[in-house]
Write a protein that binds this ligand. Structure first.
Ligand code: DNO
Length: 383
């Protein structure tokens, strides 16, 4: 498996000279300054590639080439957006970048309620509290229907949290929920979020599936011609939030997406942490079932709680059996004769990580710990 490292370019306080010391071979990056829906110009792609190569890395994966909200909603001038997406793919292919990750989560990308939850022996981690998310939806957004979307104990705990919360606590929760959106995108305040949520009113799971199928139908043939493998990233958390449908949360969802346009270029980013937060997802089984369609791998772990909350655990300490997952992936590599790019996804903030800036989840030392542990598993399994 090919070791990669996510680097946010000009938005990343961690330099490629530091990444070099982790031993990773490839870089996962994106042009985060370009607004969603606009073409990625070939020159900008070439410049990023040159920067990466100057530090003796290769640019292995684009994460992400974002999908504009109009495509997810099925509104507006989507023909132009599809054309732009195809042009960006062609420009990437012309520069030799052939693995492209994206997601189809409405409005928000990955979502947490705590960016610095304490880890027992020191350091901090990311956490999703169902209670705080319920409080956010019910009380801060005024979405009463959310009472039925969360476990009763989460609603009760969220109510208790809200009653004693200060305006600063609430503001921090809003900012935390918005923190998963990297780069040049809108981060909403409460009024803005209500407006954009309104624009999704009535959109069902089936509608969102139809819109994903249309997107795939529009871009996968081009990707195939260009030799690009597209790989959808699962929902994180793998459940509906804010009353919005999510359609890439379970093995059944993935099966539906794979058959919607049944060809290798329509593939999966296997994210063990995202999928691993769903009680019914069996990650080694998912890795085996979709072995032929996995083009990119995020290895991370999560510890689930009965009310729907989860904490990002150290890479080898959560509910997901990463040794078994990696074993499946190594078998897929042999069968397909490929070297799958993977990255240690997220990391705790450890030691001096908290003394500097970093993109939430994307610490230097914490991720290096994760990568080192994963590297050890791979070495042991490959003998
Ligand atoms: C979180 C990431 C996601 C991922 C996108 C892909 O840490 O794994 O934000 O990049 O969902 O489109």
């Amino acid at each position: 498996m090919r070791e990669t490292w996510r680097w946010f370019g000009e938005f990343d306080p961690i330099g490629l000279n530091e990444v070099a010391q982790t031993g990773a071979a490839g870089i996962v990056s994106a042009l985060h300054a370009i607004p969603y829906g606009e073409v990625w110009p070939r020159e900008a792609i070439a410049a990023r590639k040159a920067e990466i190569e100057a530090s003796d890395f290769t640019w292995d994966v684009v994460e992400s080439l974002p999908v504009h909200e109009d495509i997810k909603r099925g509104t507006g001038d989507i023909e132009q957006l599809f054309a732009n997406y195809r042009t960006s793919l062609a420009n990437l292919a012309a520069e030799g970048v052939q693995t492209v990750c994206y997601n189809f989560m409405p409005i928000l990308d990955w979502t947490r309620t705590d960016l610095a939850a304490p880890v027992p022996r020191g350091g901090t981690c990311l956490r999703f509290s169902a209670a705080k998310m319920a409080a956010f939806e019910i009380y801060m957004l005024g979405r009463d229907a959310a009472r039925g979307d969360y476990h009763p104990s989460a609603v009760a705990a969220g109510t208790a949290w809200f009653e004693v919360s200060t305006p600063e606590d609430q503001d921090l929760l809003l900012k935390t929920i918005m923190a998963g959106l990297p780069g040049a995108v809108d981060r909403y305040d409460i009024a803005g979020l209500k407006t954009v949520l309104h624009s999704y009113a009535g959109l069902s799971h089936d509608d969102l599936r139809d819109n994903l199928k249309q997107f795939l139908t529009e871009v996968i043939p081009t990707a195939t011609e260009l030799g690009i493998n597209m790989c959808i990233h699962p929902d994180d958390p793998p459940r509906d939030i804010l009353g919005l449908p999510r359609i890439a949360s379970t093995a059944d969802d993935i099966a539906w997406i794979m058959q919607a346009v049944d060809t290798p270029a329509n593939g999966l980013s296997l994210c063990t942490g995202s999928l691993g937060a769903h009680p019914e997802n069996d990650l080694p089984a998912i890795a085996q079932t979709f072995a032929s369609r996995i083009h990119f791998v995020h290895l991370r772990n999560a510890t689930k709680q009965p009310d729907g909350s989860f904490t990002e655990s150290a890479h080898l300490e959560g509910d997901v059996d990463l040794v078994a997952v990696i074993d499946e992936l190594l078998e897929a590599e042999t069968t397909r004769d490929v070297d799958l790019p993977f990255r240690a996804d997220h990391g705790h903030a450890l030691l001096t990580d908290n003394q500097r800036d970093f993109q939430p989840g994307y610490t230097l030392i914490g991720r290096l710990r994760g990568l080192s542990e994963l590297r050890g598993i791979i070495a042991a399994l490959t003998g």
